[in-house]
Design a protein around this ligand. Structure first.
Ligand code: MLT
Ligand code: ZN
Length: 460
């Protein structure tokens, strides 16, 4: 419970209508896509950086945890509220402030839905490539906080590659601008890159300047079906090794296929053991040539069927299927432990084999899908409550194998709460100590998103 005097002060900053504290309202802001829950003491919905600055100063004075939140679609618990703290919802800061066609940039507020930004710039012949599967409802502020990746990262990179500058409210309340509107700038430390991916622990982003590209002229989409997951994994590595960089190269295993087919009531795969979706783009001739070469490579690697999307509707169905996997998996078991390991892409077949061994050893159903083009596999351990201890053991073994193969425990979902215990496995203690010194310097009272990235006992 927040002190009544704090609640009054919060109301006077954001207005009574934007300070929520009833149990029903708090419940709405209590969880994210991990389905973990924790009730905050209040929710504030500021409209300006100035209001956020006042809230952070209040939080420092009262030693109150503040948890910034976009749409709550995160998959590592980054926006799960601190018990009795304040959720800082950026939902009202949702304007696309500017699209500059001449300099290929857009300036947006953090609460803008990523898909809305994409549509807006595409209507002007421009392109914002980062494309998380949740783009229809996630916010760009959340994407910046987590450095979201998504389906087009294989060719176009991830959120940090598109953020040129930020307006950020520091934990102690100062409003600062980082970077700017130019592609080049080396003036001082790169605070933009420090903030992007810092999971809401180092500042509250209130304005984002993103780089845009010209919209590719054409797109070609292929679906390839395989008898087994190994040949699909090898085919995906072969495509990249041939020097083709598709704009998306997605992989779906058999269990994920069955789940999504049930969810959409569509028989896409006719019983196949795995599927790849390949999308190329560029001038029509080049996009077609790359798609044709990819089709040939997949056939040689054992694809039993390669289908070209002949219409927008067919293409949209393929992507709808891919983007629906996450919710569809809940038909298999009530809970999932969702990991997003990444390995060098030539090691995808190896890590899938190791995950298969882990599943067998622990008697667990593990479903894999994801961004084969950049080696980022979404490994979902599907469980009932009773399976949790075995799932924990399986996660540790999967992370150990991932690191042994030269990978990382998280490609795009962030450390948040769910991977905090495993971060030392990857970084070692000295790197964690350096990260904590940065945190301490910017947030001396540890008020901003405490307990995320670092285990609570590791916190300052
Ligand atoms: C995806 O690629 O679908 C997302 O990152 C979400 C997920 O891992 O389920
Ligand atoms: Zn993903």
């Amino acid at each position: 419970m927040l002190k009544p005097s704090v609640l009054r002060e919060l109301k006077s900053i954001v207005g009574p209508a934007n300070c929520l504290a009833s149990p029903e309202e708090l419940l709405v802001y209590s969880y994210d896509a991990t389905r973990q829950e924790s009730l905050p003491g209040a929710v504030a919905r500021p409209r300006t950086a100035r209001e956020i600055s006042e809230i952070l100063r209040l939080a420092n004075r009262e030693r109150l945890p503040i948890v910034p939140r976009g749409a709550g679609t995160g998959m590592s618990g980054g926006s799960i509220p601190a018990r009795d703290g304040i959720v800082l919802s950026l939902e009202r800061m949702n304007d696309i402030l500017e699209v500059d066609d001449e300099n290929f940039i857009a300036v947006v507020e953090p609460g803008v839905i990523t898909g809305d930004l994409q549509r807006e710039v595409e209507s002007r012949g421009l392109f914002y490539p980062p494309d998380p599967a949740s783009r229809a409802f996630c916010t760009i502020g959340g994407n910046v906080a987590e450095c979201a990746g998504g389906l087009r990262a294989v060719k176009y990179g991830v959120t940090k590659d598109y953020v040129l500058g930020l307006e950020v409210v520091l934990p102690t309340g100062e409003i600062v601008n980082t970077g700017g509107r130019t592609v080049k700038s080396v003036a001082g430390y790169d605070l933009t890159k420090l903030i992007v991916g810092s999971e809401g622990t180092l500042g509250v982003v209130t304005k984002i300047i993103v780089k845009l590209l010209p919209l590719p002229e054409s797109v070609r989409t292929l679906a390839a079906y395989f008898n087994d997951v190994k040949s699909a994994a090898i085919a995906s590595s072969d495509i990249m090794a041939a020097g083709i960089i598709p704009r998306a190269l997605e992989f779906i295993d058999q269990a994920a296929l069955r789940a999504v087919e049930g969810y959409l009531k569509e028989d896409l795969s006719r019983g196949a053991g795995a599927m790849l979706i390949v999308e190329t783009d560029g001038p029509p001739d080049a996009a077609t040539r790359e798609a044709d070469r990819s089709a040939g490579i997949m056939t040689r690697a054992g694809a039993v069927r390669v289908v070209r999307a002949g219409s927008d509707a067919e293409r949209e169905l393929l992507w709808k299927a891919r983007q629906s996997i996450s919710p569809a998996l809940y038909a298999l078991k009530p809970k999932k432990v969702n990991e997003d390991i990444v390995v060098p892409r030539s090691r995808i077949a190896d890590i899938l084999r190791e995950i298969g061994d882990v599943a067998q050893r622990h008697g667990l159903l593990i479903v894999n899908f994801g961004h084969a083009g950049d080696g980022n596999i979404h490994t979902n351990i599907m469980i009932d409550d009773a399976d949790l201890p075995r799932a924990d053991a399986a996660v540790r073994e999967i992370f150990t194998a991932t690191l042994r193969l030269g990978g990382s425990i998280t490609g795009e979902h962030g450390v948040g709460l769910t991977k905090a215990a495993y971060l030392p496995l990857e970084t070692g203690p000295d790197a964690i100590a350096a990260m904590k010194r940065i945190k301490q310097a910017l947030d001396p009272n540890n008020i901003l998103n405490p307990g995320k990235i670092f285990l609570e006992q590791q916190c300052i």
